[in-house]
Ligand binder design. Structure first.
Ligand code: MRU
Length: 352
């Protein structure tokens, strides 16, 4: 695997603590926070200082590790109880991103395995969390290298929300594809949608691409149809919070609308995601779509009221894109194309 500069590290393990870039303050302030408390990390996930499916999963695993690493006891049962309490709390932070449950399941398996003593358990928990962190970065680079082959010199790629370094430990998923294409010398341009109501596109995607000199233009969400109609976009690449075995893609609200417009204009619609985003069990009607605070819609960035103060609003954080609108899913194990039920099974290597 080639090495690439990791310009932004959104989540890290530093001296036994979780360190994260508070993405809620970007692009105006670049503030790093750190803690060894699972409660602090859980709140940071809830209030979206840490956001994006892979980043949430990695941060949760590291929070379990930091809790146990710093616990003032070596008693096996006490450490196990503490780790399970951390896992339970962290699993209640955000309901949709599958990577959170995938990472916490991995941590739980280690916690419940047999260990000779407390120190053995502590070591195993920290090692597993660091593996999840390291694998995230390697996976993202692989997604970038595999997905880059779908990008042609001169492409203009539309992306939604932020599926970049700021949504992972580093490097991103959809933006990993864009990064690798750029590093390989392809002259590409990016169109980022602002992504109402939390503005991940306007605040995060443009900030991280600009930092690396990748040309990016910002549009409002309602300009997508126009730019496609005008022939200003060749490809769409987005991330995912959860992908079902039949190819349904759950991602940031607005993704579905973009996929419909892309289909109408014969523009390939790609999803870039690690295999840890695939939910092997749920059916579409079992997936919980997070409903967030109505004030995110009533106000801009929690500050300026743009409507009648008590107007009822809907605020689903994610939507569902049916498989027939998805041209391909780019994973670290390869590109999955339809028929999804058959091909996702093959790539995951499961007998499900
Ligand atoms: O609400 P957010 O900001 O956590 O939503 C993030 C997204 O929808 C991303 O597209 C998704 O998590 C993929 S990130 C690599």
């Amino acid at each position: 695997m080639a090495s690439y500069p990791l310009v932004i590290k959104a989540v890290e393990w530093v001296n036994g603590k979780v360190r994260w870039l508070d993405t809620s303050l970007l692009p105006h302030e670049e503030v790093y926070r750190e803690s060894s408390s699972y409660e602090d990390v859980a709140r940071a996930i809830e209030n979206m200082e840490i956001r994006g499916a892979p980043a949430i999963g990695v941060a949760a695993a590291l929070a379990v590790a930091a809790t146990v690493y710093n616990a003032p006891t070596s008693d096996l049962n006490e450490l196990r109880t503490l780790a399970l309490r951390a896992i339970e709390r962290l699993s209640r932070t955000r309901p949709t991103a599958y990577n959170l449950f995938w990472a916490l399941d991995r941590m739980k398996r280690v916690v419940m395995a047999s260990h000779s003593d407390g120190e053995g358990l502590r070591k195993a928990i920290v090692e597993e969390a660091l593996r999840i962190y390291q694998e995230d970065i390697e996976t993202n680079i692989k997604i970038g290298e595999i997905g880059e082959k779908l990008i042609e010199d001169g492409d203009t790629i539309l992306t939604h929300c932020n599926a970049g370094a700021l949504a992972t430990s580093a490097f991103g998923t959809a933006l990993a594809v864009i990064r690798v294409a750029w590093y390989k010398g392809k002259k590409i341009r990016v169109i980022a949608t602002e992504t109402r109501p939390v503005l991940q596109g306007a605040r995060l995607t443009v900030w991280e691409l600009k930092k690396e000199g990748i040309p990016v233009t910002l549009i409002t969400d309602n300009m997508v149809g126009y730019v496609m109609y005008k022939g200003l976009v060749n490809k769409v690449i987005v991330g995912a919070d959860r992908i079902l075995m039949d190819g349904h893609v759950i991602n940031k609200i607005g993704t579905y609308t973009i996929a419909i417009a892309a289909k109408r204009h014969n523009i390939p619609f790609y999803v870039a995601a690690p295999t840890s985003t695939f939910d092997p069990k749920s059916k579409i009607n079992e997936v919980v779509i997070e409903e967030r605070n109505p004030d995110e819609v009533r106000k801009v960035l929690g500050k300026v009221l743009i409507t009648v103060a008590d107007i009822p609003v809907l605020n689903p954080a994610f939507d569902i894109t049916p498989p027939d609108l998805v041209s391909a899913i780019i994973t670290e194990k390869g590109v999955v194309t339809p028929p999804y039920t058959e091909n996702i099974r093959k790539i995951l290597g499961t007998g499900i």
